[in-house]
Ligand binder design. Structure first.
Ligand SMILES: [Cu+2]
Length: 489
């Protein structure tokens, strides 16, 4: 009962939802050109909205002396007129490293505009940032205790006041209360007590009802999706209703837009060992329905991750599980790909080495002996052909040098990355168009032959065991390499 008042003063209730635009990986990592400068940008999104995003920028080359940042909505009116920007603080010990903070006032699709200044002039760019509340703050213990004490004091005072009024309001000055007046006082106190308990009880009920409804509206959750098999080899994905998205239609815009050429990127991961990996591209057959003609696939349980991007650039990763029988079908074609992980990287020397069935060798180059959680770094993968020479036959795969899918063993983290970073390419293109900067070649989109080294900016959100699926295209063939990583705290 005392929780009624307690919570009435509190900001919110607890929620356990950990999902975000990716799954369990809410920070944004970007690597690319900002005018003449190459920057590595990390945006640590706030878990509560409104909240403060922490921005970290490392200048990878060039002499950057100053960086200014400002948050803007990604689309609509709020995206046009930038308020005055903030100057990032330059580290005293590391001149290439800048930090800053920005308030994100509302959930939805945002961007951080960056202006970099230095010896080579000025550069401007924008990093898409999806803002969504992942949890709410619980009240501090000390505040709670104080409020409970105050509540008891108020209740006791109220009872005492009513009691005194019933007992003594008709007394002559100086006279003592009679037995009947004292009885009236006690009755008044009892009635008041019962009434107050009733009010607190009803108030608590009202608050709980209001809070449970609001949690759904405030806390981000990807739309639910149901996966089922139709006609032996067609996978049907039906999206459910999400009150969170419904409430933010204006800021997200409902339409789904293509991201590197496809409306949906669907990943099927064989459970429990993550030893089967399918990257497919279903067709949208209705506003909330996608279908995919499955390639040949072995029976088993699969985790389903479906990436879509809204018109505002806001990404959703929808998750589901499905148990499939042996599915007859053709090998994947076009941009689709499938892999059975029979070979996993083994750790050797400074990096992690993987040999593919065609005898090409892949190397994950790790700086330092271990990988640590929450430390942004460029994940670098080098590809050598069977003669040990750097591979010269890499081609763009869906417009990019490489694709990387990172999954935590317990499936609490899922991220789909590209050389430019963790944001959807569609969101990046949207902002690129707004800024309209000179020579705006698509960041990370390779029309030319990619080099034998593919890099992805990322920071593992938490310690634990991960599997990384690196995808490149060589000589018309999509190749997938699986690397295991143990991320230290
Ligand atoms: Cu991709």
């Amino acid at each position: 009962m005392n929780r009624a008042l307690l919570i009435a003063f509190a900001a919110c209730v607890l929620c356990s939802s950990r999902s975000s635009a990716h799954v369990g990986s809410p920070d944004v990592f970007y690597e690319g050109q900002v005018g003449p400068y190459r920057l590595f940008v990390t945006v640590r999104t706030p878990p509560m909205i409104p909240g403060i995003a922490q921005i970290e920028v490392r200048a990878l080359d060039g002499n950057v002396t100053d960086i200014r940042i400002v948050p803007l909505r990604a689309v609509g009116e709020g995206s046009e007129y930038a308020p005055p920007s903030d100057r990032m603080e330059r580290s005293k010990v590391d001149a290439q490293y800048f930090t800053g903070k920005l308030w994100l006032m509302e959930s939805g699709a945002w961007q951080v505009r960056l202006e970099a200044f230095g010896t080579q002039g000025k550069g401007e760019s924008a990093v898409p940032v999806p803002a969504a509340a992942r949890r709410t703050l619980r009240m501090q213990k000390s505040t709670g205790t104080l409020l409970v004490v105050l509540m008891f004091w108020l209740v006791a005072s109220m009872i005492a006041i009513i009691g005194a009024a019933a007992r003594e309001s008709q007394l002559e000055p100086g006279a003592a209360a009679s037995a009947s007046q004292r009885r009236r006082g006690r009755i008044g106190m009892a009635v008041t007590g019962v009434a107050l308990v009733g009010i607190l009880f009803l108030g608590n009920m009202w608050w709980n009802a209001a809070a449970s409804g609001r949690a759904d509206l405030m806390m981000y959750k990807a739309p639910p999706v149901e996966a089922s098999l139709q006609n032996t080899n067609t996978l049907l994905l039906k999206m459910g209703f999400s009150s969170w998205h419904d409430r933010r239609k204006q800021m997200l815009l409902d339409k789904i837009i293509p991201d590197h050429g496809h409306l949906m990127h669907l990943f099927l991961l064989g459970l429990p060992d993550l030893d089967r990996f399918y990257h497919l591209h279903p067709d949208q057959v209705a506003a909330d329905t996608f279908t995919e003609r499955l390639p040949a696939l072995t029976a088993g349980n699969y985790a389903v991750f479906a990436d879509i991007v809204r018109e505002s650039g806001f990404p959703d990763t929808m998750t589901a599980r499905i148990t499939l029988p042996d599915v007859p079908g053709n090998p994947p074609n076009g941009d689709d790909s499938a892999t059975t992980v029979a070979y996993v990287s083994d750790r050797k020397g400074p990096g992690t080495v993987l040999t593919l069935p065609d005898h090409s060798r892949w190397e994950w180059i790790i700086d330092g002996p271990t990988v640590h959680a929450r430390q942004p770094a460029l994940l670098r993968f080098r590809v050598f052909d069977k003669d040990g020479k750097p591979a010269s036959d890499l081609e763009p795969y869906m417009g990019m040098a490489g694709h990387l899918v990172i999954v935590k063993r317990d499936l609490t983290v899922f991220a789909h990355l590209h050389p430019s970073g963790s944001m959807p390419m569609a969101a990046l293109m949207l902002l690129e168009k707004q800024i309209n900067s000179a020579a705006s070649a698509m960041p990370g989109m390779h029309e030319t032959v990619p080099p034998a080294e593919v890099t992805f900016p990322y920071g593992f959100p938490e310690p634990g065991g991960y599997r990384l699926f690196v995808q490149i295209k060589r000589n018309g063939q999509v190749q997938t390499g699986a690397f295991d990583a143990h991320v230290e705290p």
